[in-house]
Design a protein around this ligand. Sequence first.
Ligand SMILES: [Zn+2]
Length: 368
Amino acid sequence: MEVARGRVGAAAGEVVHDLRGFTAVPGLIDLHVHMTYYWDQKPGTKPWDQLGQRPSPTLLVLARDNLQRTLESGVTTVRDLYAADRTGVYLRDLIAAGHIVGPRMFVAGCGLVMQPDGKFCGATGHGAQAVAQAAKEQIDQGADLIKVFGSTGSADDLSGTPTFTFDELKAVVDQAHALGRRVTVHSYGPVAARDAVLAGAESIEHAVDLDDDTLAEMARRGTFYVPTIDHNRYYADHRLEFGYTEANARDLMAFVARNLETTRRAVLAGVRIGMGSDAVFTGFGENTLELEWLIKAGMTPVQALATATTNAAAVLGQERSLGQIAPGYFADVVAVVGDPTVDIAAVTRRVRWVMKGGAVVVDRTGRH
Ligand SMILES: [Zn+2]
């Protein structure tokens, strides 16, 4: 980590950003967001009730608030793990073309969901062939990677019952790999996570209570664990907005404790960890608070920072272009107050300036 120093004087055509007094870190990467989950906060409404109620064109405009707050947290790249109706694909492309200011997006399109009626995103019916076809459809429609909802589990339902068979997960992974794409699997419990690892998925999201054999297998294969510990803290803290009871909030925090313990064991087992916030609705801007949990899980600040930089770039297959400040890499730079190698709060609480791809997108350097 180096202190960025403004150079005295500039050649013609050069712009000098004087960041003396700040510390520079690479633009951060959030591996788990839902950029199109928008809530207008109108009295008497609840966030989840507005999901799926707006058409894509509306969401492309409304998502700008989420995008801006994410940039302000120092996140310049995100992996979007579910957006309906190709909205994530459109958003990614509009940002890449410069029409909308926001973090660089890698999108899963519509995650594969096994519905009770046997229908899931992009196709209908169970079986290896059907789910492989669904994965292919997502890729054909512009997905950078495939997300599988491999178990039940959400803020409203903390169960982790597998919803795909091992053979189905394997078929999705094989199809995605044949088309040059990666797979990540949502699992709240240990069973679908284990199956996902054995099926060859590159990463798993959320999962608690992973058994020792699975952790060892992940370390051996290099499978990434994206624990998303903080998002249940967010739901508990915002329980009134979501309409959750105090008992719901206690259950959410009990899940947080299990998630933290599983992460602590994963760190000890040598599993590679990636930072994902699972940010939705009003959670944008809190994207990097996950790093504080990773410190609690036993990481050093430098290790925690790697989960949102070099490790996260590796999850995306972008380790030669993202996650470092170096020649040949995107000019994604975040200026923070303090030294994040000894105090992660410099990154989680004190971002003052953000450059994405050479353009300044956040400047609060006047506010020390
Ligand atoms: Zn999610």
